[in-house]
Write a protein that binds this ligand. Structure first.
Ligand code: KG4
Ligand code: ZN
Length: 361
């Protein structure tokens, strides 16, 4: 039965402490009343990656402030809510626990229903929040911690078609930036340099293109970049500005070629999709977006890239996923256990381990 539902969402699985209020109207329309994200870049900057203990402590310290802010900005009180949704995994377990404990406290005080949400489901359902997209659709999730193709058939029915067997693409961009002396986060810095570079000067591999399927590998690409950089330095005694630009352009072109071809294959394996959607920080890259959009056009499906603030980690997507689960009665108390790993598609074999941002489901 159509109904108005107003949910508070909490997210703390990595290095963003986030709270948001989202409303679902009886006609199906979604409205983000507030979305507060407190990032932790400065806390981890000196360590070259996210330090789980520091992240967990910061989440525990900041979550209640983010909730207060989210309620204030939304113009609602706890009494106006119909439920609380919280990321229960996968992610860095100390952070996930901080969010779950805060949500449990709020639910105990208010008596509101508490829904455990899979962080990846939050990303995967975002095109329904932003564009009202109908099932089934294909999603490519590419960030610093995630890399997978998901066929989304319902709010609880996800099929993984492929993913990374080593690093996430955002990690590869970040490591490339580090190797070339560019600032973090590396993705935007590499993209800025690549625009001014010649992608054909250096030949980088296109990992796993020679094998069937939709899996990715990025660690070899990073090694190739290191070797090419060292060869240029050995030859010239250092890198010129143009060398750096050409290296970035060559690296980005390799990533774009691989992502475009794997996306073509994933779409070919899933006829009848309503759209091809992307999410995650790496989806901010204009070259990659354009290539992925071109693949969707050729396949004859709509291309959807949500606004960046909803592509990256946020709590609006968690509140929305909680609403979707509630609407179909899929709220399972077992989902409220904080889990470092929680594959969306339990039938696919588990992929590889932990990158700089923690476990990849
Ligand atoms: O989704 P996100 O904000 O956080 C998680 O990883 O969960 O993604 C951050 C990642 C970083 O690795 C960053 O370098 C990458 O997304 N990124 C980009 C761009 N902007 C951010 N990668 C390539 N091109 C970009 N323009
Ligand atoms: Zn994420």
């Amino acid at each position: 039965m159509p109904q108005t539902l107003t949910f508070l969402g909490l997210e703390s699985s990595c290095d963003d402490t986030a709270a948001a209020v989202v409303r679902h109207a009886p006609d199906g329309a979604a409205q983000i009343l507030s979305s507060v994200v407190a990032g932790q870049d400065a806390l981890h900057a000196a360590f070259g990656g996210v330090v789980p203990e520091i992240a967990a402590r910061a989440h525990a310290e900041r979550m209640d402030l983010c909730v207060e802010d989210a309620l204030l900005q939304a113009g609602v009180t706890l009494a106006d809510l119909d439920g609380i949704a919280v990321t229960a995994g996968p992610g860095l377990i100390g952070g996930v626990l901080a969010g779950v404990m805060c949500a449990k406290g709020l639910a105990a005080v208010t008596g509101l229903p508490l829904i455990g949400v899979n962080h990846l489901a939050g990303h995967a359902l975002t095109p329904r929040l932003t564009d009202g997209l109908a099932f089934p659709y294909l999603m490519l999730l590419v960030s610093g911690g995630h890399c997978q193709f998901l066929r989304v058939d319902s709010a609880t029915d996800f099929t993984r078609l492929g993913g990374t067997i080593d690093d996430a693409p955002g990690e590869a961009f970040d490591k490339t930036a580090k190797l070339l002396g560019l600032p973090q986060p590396g993705g935007p810095a590499v993209e800025r340099e690549a625009v001014l570079g010649d992608a054909r000067r250096f030949a980088f591999p296109r990992p796993l293109l020679d094998r069937p399927g939709c899996d990715f590998s990025f660690s070899g690409l990073k090694t190739a970049l290191l070797r090419t950089r060292d060869a240029v330095v050995a030859e010239k005694g250092g890198l010129t500005i143009q060398d750096r630009r050409d290296l970035c352009a060559g690296f980005q072109a390799a990533v774009a070629d691989v992502m475009a071809e794997k996306s073509r294959r994933a779409l070919a394996a899933c006829p009848g999709m309503t759209a091809f959607a992307v999410a995650g920080g790496v989806a901010a890259n204009a070259t990659l977006r354009a290539r992925l959009e071109a693949v969707a056009v050729v396949a004859g499906v709509r291309f959807i890239a949500p606004p960046l603030r909803l592509c990256t980690d946020n709590a609006a997507m968690i509140a929305w996923a909680g609403i979707e689960k509630t609407l179909i009665g899929a709220c399972d108390p077992a989902d409220l256990v904080a889990r470092p790993r929680w594959p969306l598609d339990s039938t696919s074999p588990s992929m590889l381990g932990a990158g700089k941002k923690g476990a990849k489901a």
